[in-house]
Design a protein. Structure first.
Length: 62
């Protein structure tokens, strides 16, 4: 069995940190901000999006 990747370990550590923070009354307000930050950080446009928009056929009729 292969060892887990660094990305998987970081994901598990981040999830654990959110669970611990959510259980603490003084840190519970940070959880929604942390989740929002993670979601915004994961959103990245495709590097070839401009090329795809230029290369795709026009959807107009006529």
């Amino acid at each position: 069995m292969a060892p887990p990747s660094a990305g998987a370990l970081l994901t598990l550590a981040g999830a654990r940190a959110l669970v611990v923070a959510a259980s603490s009354p003084s840190l519970a307000w940070l959880v929604p901000l942390g989740v929002a930050g993670l979601l915004l950080g994961m959103h990245r446009p495709r590097p070839d999006l401009t090329f795809l928009q230029l290369a795709a056929p026009s959807s107009g009729t006529g």
